[in-house]
Structures are given as C-alpha cells and as structure tokens.
Ligand binder design. Structure first.
Ligand SMILES: Cc1cc2nc3c(=O)[nH]c(=O)nc-3n(C[C@H](O)[C@H](O)[C@H](O)COP(=O)(O)OP(=O)(O)OC[C@H]3O[C@@H](n4cnc5c(N)ncnc54)[C@H](O)[C@@H]3O)c2cc1C
Length: 410
C-alpha cells in the first residue's frame, strides 16, 4: 500500500481537528505519519469554532497560531444577559485570548502545514484486529485493503481521532456515546459593510432559549441557539431555510437586532446538531489506550458544546500525544537494532504517559459539560438542582474557567 521505502511509524484514523493537530505535532517532531480519512476530501463545512486561551497555546506549539490569528479578531469582553431578570454580567478577556474562527480556516491551516502525502482520503477503517506475529494492530479498510505492521512498512501506533462513532474506541471496548435531548443550531451572518457588535461575545438567555453571538472579524458574526430545556425531536428539519425560519420563530421574545441577525444569516452555513457526549464515568473506568492503540479528540471525550472546549481539548491532545511519542520513540539510528518487544514497551510507555496526563483534564471538562447538559436536558427539578449544586461546589462560575490551562511544550 505504501510506496517502496516509505517509513510509517504512526497511523491516525480521521482527519478532523484532532487528527490534523496530532499529525502536525508529530511532523514538528520529525515523526512521519499517515492520516486516513473516510471522506473524499477535507471536511471544511460547518460554521465557527470558539478557541479559548488554552487552545491558542496549543496552536502556538504547533506553530500555526500566528497564521490563524490573522483570520479573526480578539474578543475583548463576554457579556452575559438574562432577559427576564434584566441582569447583565461582564467578563473582561484582557488576559485571556478568545477568538472565534471559521472551522474551514482552522482545518485548512492545519492541513496545509503537513507534508505532502500525509493525508489519504476515501479510506474508511471498518475493522481492527491484532497481528498474531507482531501484536501490532491490523487495520481493514472498506475497500478490502489490510494495513499491517512490517508488511509494507513499520506500522506501530494507531491513533483513533475518528470522532463520535469511533471504530478505534469500539475496538478498545468503549460503548457508543450518549445523546442529550437537546440540540444546537448555528450559522454565520455576513455584514458586507461591517457590523456594529464590536468585539464582544454576547450571550443572552431567557428561561427557554440561549443565544450566543461572537464576531469572527469586522464583517462576519457567528451565532448559535440552544434550548434551555429538553426539546422535541427535530429530525425532520433538514432544509436550511426551514431551520432558519424555525430559529426566528423561537426568538420572538429576543431583541430585534438578534432576530434580524438570524434572518440575514448565510443559508449555506446553517446547521442543526444534536448533542452527544461520552459520560465522564466512561472516561474514568475505561482503558483509553491498549497495546499500541490510543484515542484522542472526540473519539475519546466527545462532550456537549456548552463550554466551547471540545475542539480546544482535541488540539491539546494532539500536542501532548506528539510530545509523549517523540520522547519514547527510538531515534532513526536505533530503529534497525531495536526488537519488536522493546518497541512495544516504548510505545506503551508513551501512550500510558499521554493518557495519564490527559485523563484528569478531560474528565474535568466532560464532567462540567455533562452537568450543564443535564440541567438543560432534564425536566426534573430535583435533577436540575442536584446538578447546579455540584456545579457550584466543584466548578468556577465563569465562561473562561477552563481556558486557564497550558498543555505544555510540544
Ligand atoms: C454544535 C457544536 C459546537 C461546538 N463548538 C465548539 C467551540 O466553540 N469550541 C470548541 O473548542 N469546540 C466546539 N465543539 C466541539 C468540536 O467541534 C469537536 O470537539 C471537534 O471538532 C472534534 O474534532 P475530532 O477531530 O476529534 O473529531 P471530528 O471532527 O468528528 O473528526 C473525525 C474525523 O474522522 C473521520 N472518520 C470517522 N470514522 C472514520 C473511519 N472509520 N475511518 C476513517 N475516517 C473516519 C471523520 O470523517 C472525520 O473527518 C462544538 C461541537 C458542536 C457539536
């Protein structure tokens, strides 16, 4: 399958934010890898993604932060407003970098910094087995190809960055993520002559609905809407125009400027997503790596978007994983003399270090996000109250609390 002489140490399944960030981290460490993606091309659809200070630190380690910053403006304050109570809270972002970027820009910048031939499209992994001779994983693709260690090259590590329905997570014994009875609807609104929303991330809510609006640059804003309570199934709603009309209808009691913003949104950017999550206890109780296979990004810790941290944490994963692997992989000169057994031990040590380092961090994020999702996803006041109490006791009441984290040097 690989061209003769090509030397693969690492295969990444999935070319989303995490797969690309991990590949770039490894590339910066001069470790070659191959990213297998089931789609026919780079998935650049979707609207905006908020990146908080922790995500920017990780992007700077990958040496793409500076380029990505040119595509967005910095948020200077977060304004939270409660409509019924006519209450407003302001969080200054003077020491905390927050920006909303187009998902497309993030994906393209990560991908464009990878060496040629790192990405292979139309390559869906359908099963994973173990080579009895080497104990390395064997990957089976939908078109009948088998990718195995020492056959065409040295395939030693398989990193599952394959998102929500991860086949790598399944082969590690994790059960499928769950869903909250809730959704997020989002899109972009262009303002060709410039908008008047300044540099504020505006979050406004009443007891039924939550709306967020954040500028990407002077002429584009990203917005999202989510219900504050369990909501009927909207599976029939597929047409972007109907989705937009539905959003406008829901916003009746909101200020006219946000209604006008949604009305003027770009239909091609509108998306409606149901909220999936891996419960924190699955992260606590399951093996997130085994042998030379490991999970990263949503495949490991898919969480509701309430904190805007799923993507940021996926970039952190990429940095930490690349660092741990590079610390343990043999130098080129050692490769020919090192035994399979020793190679195995070194890889296992690297993956064990990575999981140890990431576990607490992602359990914290996913627990916080799970509690918020449970508050909006249940109609039981007892459950709501219990979740609020745990939130108040264990987590800071600030939209910026998780961004004060540094995943360290690459
Ligand atoms: C509504 C919403 C809003 C969000 N907002 C934010 C935000 O503001 N900030 C933030 O940080 N995060 C946010 N997130 C979370 C963030 O989008 C995700 O955490 C992030 O995209 C995960 O990236 P990933 O690469 O792990 O997974 P994915 O993006 O799902 O990528 C997985 C890739 O693997 C491929 N793949 C899957 N199976 C296979 C297979 N068997 N073989 C080969 N390829 C395969 C897929 O095609 C895909 O390209 C939000 C999420 C949602 C749903």
């Amino acid at each position: 399958m690989d061209s003769q002489g090509e030397y693969q140490n690492v295969v990444i399944v999935g070319a989303g934010i995490c797969g690309l960030a991990t590949a770039l981290g490894l590339h910066r460490k001069r470790i070659r890898c191959l990213v297998l993606e089931k789609a026919a091309s780079m998935r650049t659809e979707g609207s905006g993604i908020d990146i908080f200070a922790n995500g920017w630190r990780a992007l700077d380690q990958l040496r793409v932060g500076t380029e990505l910053r040119t595509k967005s403006i910095a948020v200077t304050e977060i304004h939270e407003q409660w409509l019924e109570e006519n209450r407003m809270r302001v969080f200054p972002c003077s020491n905390v970098e927050v920006r909303c970027v187009r998902r497309k820009d993030l994906i393209e910048i990560l991908a464009n910094n990878l060496p040629a031939n790192t990405l292979r499209f139309n390559c869906q992994i359908t099963a994973i087995s173990t080579d009895p001779a080497t104990s390395f994983p064997v990957l089976h693709t939908s078109d009948g190809m088998v990718i195995k260690a020492k056959w065409f090259s040295l395939l030693q590590i398989v990193i599952g960055c394959d998102g929500l329905n991860s086949i790598v997570a399944k082969s590690l014994g994790l059960v499928m993520p769950k869903s909250f009875p809730t959704w997020v609807l989002r899109g972009f609104t262009p303002y060709p002559d410039g908008h008047s929303f300044g540099t504020f991330f505006y979050r406004i809510r009443n007891k039924h609905l939550f709306l967020g609006r954040v500028p990407v640059d002077d002429r584009l804003v990203h917005w999202f809407i989510a219900p504050m309570n369990p909501f009927k199934d909207l599976n029939d709603l597929k047409d972007p125009k109907l989705i937009r009309d539905f959003a406008v209808e829901l916003l009746q009691k909101f200020p006219s400027e946000v209604i006008e913003m949604v009305k003027a949104s770009d239909l091609s950017s509108i998306s409606l997503r149901y909220i999936s999550y891996r419960p924190p206890w699955q992260l606590m109780l399951n093996d997130l790596w085994r042998g030379t296979m490991v999970l990263a990004g949503d495949a490991m810790h898919v969480m509701g978007p309430f904190l805007g941290q799923g993507g940021c944490a996926s970039i952190e994963d990429g940095v930490v994983l690349a660092r741990c692997i590079s610390q343990k992989l043999p130098a080129d000169s050692e490769c020919t003399v090192i035994s399979d057994k020793e190679l195995h031990e070194r890889i296992e040590a690297a993956l064990s270090d990575y999981v140890k380092e990431r576990k607490l961090r992602v359990i914290g994020l996913s627990t916080n996000s799970y509690l918020i999702g449970s508050i909006t996803g249940t109609s039981s006041w007892v459950k709501k109250l219990l979740c609020i109490i745990i939130l108040v006791l264990f987590f800071k009441d600030s939209p910026l609390c998780h961004s004060d984290y540094d995943c360290g040097k690459l």
